[in-house]
Design a protein around this ligand. Structure first.
Ligand code: PEP
Length: 250
């Protein structure tokens, strides 16, 4: 299966940068990974309108379908505008918008009902990591997917240790591997084997063109969620190339 390489631009980027990404399309290596760019919401229609070889994702959606939610955008509206993916549960939204895990999972639910593929982000703080609580934290975050009866066939899960995001710190390959394996085992224990194309497990946190190849070579890592390194066309392209090299050697 192709690796899924997702760029989260956060509150960065510009129309000019989107145009640059679109002009850099059609490179052989890009065709061997599935690429998604998540620009700020105001740029989504422009991103969709471009001739491009990446899918467009949103960084957030409302937990509701419509109504009195000033400033929010519903998953239905995103789908109407040609958006294919949506991030939910990113640690920055959990932190700055005080989104509870339950709210993040209700967004997974509305996203799926609107035909989008949600990318549900989970991860532990540095304190949790240092206290060996990673698996407990992840289990708790995953548990709400069962409460909301989420369809695992159309779901991407991104493991993002909070302490690795934007810090330049990356867990060892062994730790990433063990943690992603744990998530996979948890899913199999709870849901049985999931056959959908969507059930991919991503790693995110200080991914660069230097470390992407090694991380993508881990057996259960189905792709990457990338912040900073997705803001430059050359580094994003190099990361996509490492997915290509992996596919060739697999
Ligand atoms: C992120 O914000 O999801 C992320 C992984 O950021 P960075 O790659 O910059 O650590």
């Amino acid at each position: 299966m192709k690796k899924l390489i997702v760029g989260n631009w956060k509150m960065n980027g510009s129309v000019e940068l989107l145009n640059e990404f679109s002009q850099g399309r059609s490179r052989t290596e890009w065709a061997h990974a599935e690429l998604v760019i998540c620009p700020p919401s105001i740029m989504l229609p422009h991103a969709v309108s471009l001739e491009r070889d990446f899918a467009v994702g949103a960084q957030d959606c409302s937990h509701a379908n419509s109504g009195a939610f000033t400033g929010d955008i519903s998953a239905n509206m995103l789908a109407d505008f040609g958006v294919k993916y949506v991030l939910t549960g990113h640690s920055e939204r959990r932190r700055y918008q005080k989104e509870t895990n339950d709210k993040c999972v209700s967004k997974v639910n509305v996203a799926q009902n609107s035909g989008l593929t949600p990318i549900f982000c989970i991860g532990e703080t540095l304190a949790d990591y240092q206290s060996n609580l990673t698996m407990d934290v992840l289990s708790n975050q995953l548990e709400s997917l069962l409460v909301h009866n989420i369809d695992f066939e159309n779901l991407v899960i991104a493991y993002e240790p909070i302490w690795a995001i934007g810090s330049g710190l990356v867990p060892s390959l062994n730790t990433i591997s063990q943690t992603v394996d744990f998530i996979k085992d948890w899913i199999i224990r709870s849901k049985g084997r999931v056959h959908g194309d969507g059930m991919r497990l991503l790693y995110g946190g200080s991914v660069s063109s230097e470390n992407s190849g090694a991380i993508l070579s881990l057996p259960n890592v189905g792709g990457l969620l990338i912040g900073g390194a997705s803001l430059k066309h050359p580094s994003f392209r190099l990361i996509a190339s490492s997915a290509y090299r992996h596919l060739k050697s697999a």
